[in-house]
Design a protein around this ligand. Structure first.
Ligand code: NAD
Length: 384
């Protein structure tokens, strides 16, 4: 396929947060062009977004069902190849399902769906159709996170024993949802966010990051979910003990009421012979600590990094890469998987290194288990 891939977007209106981030990210490698979209729940905003992006007005739709109906009838040399779903959580399932049913690949924001049941339905559809589905757990797209995973996999740290992962944000320290803030409103509404508040919004990122780096799954949790801001309907603060399938234990914290914090996602992982430390707000540095020799500071852009990390770096050392590039890295793997896609042949997701439908189902299982654990008197609740 010697051409740019054609993308449609659901969500991502002019006033939204993450849709514009995706649009910038796809521009980084120049492999994708946005040609269609149903950009907003507000029809006028969808039209205005299409205009601002100079799209053909006949491919700017007022609703996503209309978009699928019309795009699926387009000739093969015009029709979109995939759909990017960047709507609030309760509108992930509908467009993703419709995309798969109409033969389009999908890249969808996290958490993959509103409920575990929806996530499982999407998995069934991916299995049946063989179409490619990527999930934008952004933080696994950072090169030094990939280096951290490479080091764990290579065995230099020995068996992993302990994990600390924390994702403190402060932006929901006040009841912003009451003053009409769009991002706060749906995130704190159980009908739009799902059964988890902070746990679904950022706890899933923390869990996914810990599982990605350690190459182990969280199997049990002992969780505390708090609603700190008065009148809020979902949790805005979570703390938990976790156990991983290799026997390692850990602590996971995700809170949106850490006043003054931005996106202070940090992880520390310790094995028998040494440990790793990565901070999202300083993403080009990976600190490696050893039991019997001095600490090392590894930096993005250097030749000493593994190919697992190097292939996702675009600029020389010292020129910061970050959030947009992490999204671009997920799109890079996804794009390659679509280019390699052959109907009837199962995609080998490990080859491309991006979060997929299995991660999505596991993430929803994680959210539901944490909520159950927080409501239970049992010490440990299993994820299954
Ligand atoms: P937002 O409220 O800023 O934007 C949502 C957009 O979806 C709006 O343009 C809205 O009009 C549109 N929309 C809603 N219903 C629609 C429908 N039926 N049809 C078409 N458009 C519709 O939300 P946001 O903060 O951008 O979050 C969107 C998603 O991205 C969420 O699932 C969130 O969890 C996820 N997210 C992920 C990251 C990340 O780092 N990966 C960061 C932020 C948000």
């Amino acid at each position: 396929m010697k051409r740019k891939l054609r993308m449609a977007m659901v969500g991502g209106g002019l006033t939204s947060f993450i849709g514009p981030v995706h649009r910038k990210a796809i521009g980084i490698d120049g492999e994708i062009e946005l040609v269609a979209g149903a950009f907003s729940i507000i029809p006028e905003e969808s039209t205005a977004t299409g205009e601002a992006l100079y799209l053909d007005p006949s491919r700017v739709y007022l609703t996503y069902p209309e978009m699928f109906e019309k795009e699926s009838k387009m000739p093969a040399d015009k029709r979109v190849d995939f759909v990017s779903v960047v709507t609030p959580n309760h509108v992930h399932f509908g467009p993703s399902k419709m995309a798969l049913e109409n033969g389009f690949h999908v890249i969808v924001e996290k958490p993959i769906a509103f409920s575990l049941e929806e996530a499982q339905t999407l998995k069934k559809l991916v299995d049946q159709t063989g179409l490619v589905l990527a999930l934008t757990h952004t933080y696994t797209g950072y090169p030094m996170v990939k280096e951290a995973r490479h080091m764990v996999r290579s065995g230099v740290l020995g068996k992993i024993r302990k994990v600390y992962v924390e994702y403190p944000q402060g932006w929901l320290s006040k009841p912003l949802e009451k003053s009409g803030n769009m991002q706060a409103s749906w995130r704190t509404d159980p009908k739009q966010s799902g059964m988890g508040g902070a746990i679904g919004d950022i706890g899933t990122h923390a869990a996914n990051l810990a599982e990605y780096i350690t190459d182990n799954k969280i199997t049990e949790v002992c969780a505390l979910l708090n609603t700190v801001v008065e009148g809020r309907r979902l949790d805005d603060d979570c703390s938990m003990l976790v156990r991983f399938d290799n026997g390692a234990s850990g602590v996971l914290i995700a809170t949106q009421v850490a006043a003054g914090d931005e996106n202070n996602l940090n992880i520390r992982v310790y094995g028998e012979k040494g440990g790793l430390e990565w901070k999202q707000e300083e993403p080009n540095t990976l600190v490696v600590k050893w039991l019997d020799k001095p600490k090392e500071i590894m930096r993005a852009g250097w030749t000493y990094l593994s190919d697992d990390a190097k292939r996702f770096i675009r600029t020389p050392a010292g020129h910061p890469e970050g959030y947009l590039e992490a999204f671009a890295n997920i799109y890079r793997g996804f794009t390659q998987a679509i280019r390699d896609y052959k109907p009837g042949v199962k995609t080998d997701y490990a080859k491309y290194d991006f979060p997929d439908v299995e991660d999505g189902v596991h993430g929803m299982t994680f959210v539901e288990t944490v909520v159950r654990s927080a409501q239970s008197n049992e010490k440990w609740v299993k994820i299954n």
